[in-house]
Design a protein around this ligand. Structure first.
Ligand code: ADP
Ligand code: MG
Length: 276
């Protein structure tokens, strides 16, 4: 049993504070979906989890099974069991997928794995052509091929926790289904998933245990799978709309529901006895 524990996480890039106290706990076998408007900090969350340089943790903690990750370089986090499918996978000319995975598995003490045959097996399941496996890592692949390539790598590496930053962007309908079903099968074997997505479709094949809404760097609501459907139908306006009827009440985060809470609160009695 593995637990990725994110507590009160604040993250800044340069002097810009982007995440403002995010709490999430992802255990083996669970799928947590994070949805939110563009620019709300979803990729920043995934970058901070993996330790991308330039993303400074300003508060809170990031732990894998109680081990502090925040001071570890990215490779050590990967070795500890994390894997990130990037929103825009990086091209690495001159290095093949097979070599990358062989090195990664060797560092985890798993050099006996036959990477080439495992890769071919995984590529087949998600409809990735074998000849693409001979190319340098992600070089000259289409957007969808990159995402399938990342999914095949994930399946061969077998991490404990996978962070998927918009795995669905770029994938056609059949590829999305094949990748999501492969991931779902991995969760049955204990993979924990943090799945960042804009659309419910991915979650049809990779059902979420919890859905979280990230707005302005904060989780403003969490719920079950029905929350993803509601968001897809209604968008984020109930979290982001500034309300013209709010008599100037300015609520930066929380939108309509926060405004209603503020307006419904007992007004302070200006004549109350301060010593009572
Ligand atoms: P999302 O993935 O939810 O669309 P991001 O996490 O990519 O949002 O971005 C959140 C905010 O942080 C945006 O305003 C973005 O411009 C800013 N940001 C993220 N990463 C960087 C960076 N490396 N340099 C400058 N600004 C950044
Ligand atoms: Mg993003």
């Amino acid at each position: 049993m593995t637990v990725l524990s994110i507590r009160n996480l604040g993250v800044a890039v340069g002097d810009q504070q982007i995440l403002n106290g995010v709490d999430l706990e992802i255990s083996s076998g669970q799928v947590h979906a994070v949805m939110g408007p563009n620019g709300s900090g979803k990729s920043t969350l995934s970058n901070a989890i993996m330790g991308k340089p330039g993303y400074q943790i300003t508060s809170g903690s990031l732990e894998l099974d109680g081990q502090d990750l925040s001071s570890l370089p990215t490779w050590a986090r990967a070795q500890a069991g994390l894997f990130l499918v990037m929103q825009y996978p990086t091209e690495v000319p001159g290095v093949s997928v097979r070599e990358t995975l062989e090195f990664a598995l060797k560092e985890r003490g798993l050099e006996e794995v036959d990477v080439q045959s495992r890769l071919i097996e995984e590529a087949k399941q998600i409809g990735l052509q074998n000849e693409l496996l001979d190319r340098a890592l992600n070089v000259d692949l289409s957007g969808g091929e990159k995402k399938r390539n990342e999914t095949a790598q994930l399946a061969v590496l077998g991490p404990q926790i996978a962070v998927l930053d918009e795995l669905d962007s770029g994938l056609d309908i059949d590829a999305l289904r094949a990748c999501a079903e492969r991931l779902e099968a991995m969760t049955e074997e204990g993979l924990g998933v943090l799945c960042i997505t804009h659309y419910h479709r991915l979650l049809d094949y990779l059902p979420a245990d919890r859905v979280h809404v990230l707005v302005n760097g904060q989780i403003v609501e969490s719920g079950g799978p029905e929350l993803a459907r509601e968001l897809e139908a209604n968008g984020y306006s109930r979290f982001t709309d500034s309300d013209s009827e709010s008599d100037g009440v300015s609520v930066a985060i929380g939108g309509r529901s926060e405004i209603n809470r503020v307006l419904a609160a007992e007004p302070e009695d200006p004549f109350a006895d301060p010593l009572a």
